[in-house]
Design a protein. Structure first.
Length: 98
């Protein structure tokens, strides 16, 4: 049986560049949700700090997530994002406890 994969990806925009980062992240949502193996892909913005965004992602498997990382639209966004980020992208992986 394949183990599902859950992760949180945290982005902190440089002050004044929140709109650019927000638009770029929003543009990922629809195509990512159409990818095979994507169970859930939800974008959030912090209520405490408008510069902080977080993606909550659930994937059917590591292989599905790896395929997502190879998508041209994601690669393009990740190549552009350092200009908008105040700190490196932080990704944390989790496993479901049953």
């Amino acid at each position: 049986m394949t183990q599902p994969l859950t992760l949180f990806a945290r982005f902190r925009a440089r002050p004044g560049l929140e709109r650019q980062l927000s638009a770029s992240l929003k543009a990922l949502v629809a195509p990512t949700r159409e990818e095979p193996g994507c169970i859930e892909y939800v974008l959030h913005r912090s209520t405490e700090d408008p510069c902080v965004y977080q993606l909550y992602e659930n994937w059917r498997s590591q292989a599905d997530f790896d395929a997502h990382l190879a998508m041209p639209y994601l690669k393009a966004m990740l190549a552009e994002s350092p200009a908008w980020l105040a700190e490196p992208l932080e990704i944390r992986f989790f496993e479901r406890i049953r």
